[in-house]
Design a protein around this ligand. Sequence first.
Ligand SMILES: [Zn+2]
Length: 68
Amino acid sequence: MVFFCFLVDQKRMVRSSKPVAGICSRCGGCASVADMQTSTRFCYVPVHRRSWRAIICTFCGALLKSYR
Ligand SMILES: [Zn+2]
């Protein structure tokens, strides 16, 4: 019998962030520009890592804008 492992998960991390002018459209909190890193793991082995920049809300964590 063969067991396939379809365990794929994606982790989003904020590496650093700093306040930027603007407010969240969802909660009205302060926005900040953040260096994000998304790592995709397959069976707990990191297979892909991507760094990107986004404007996020520091209060509710909403993604307001992303730069690719
Ligand atoms: Zn918010």
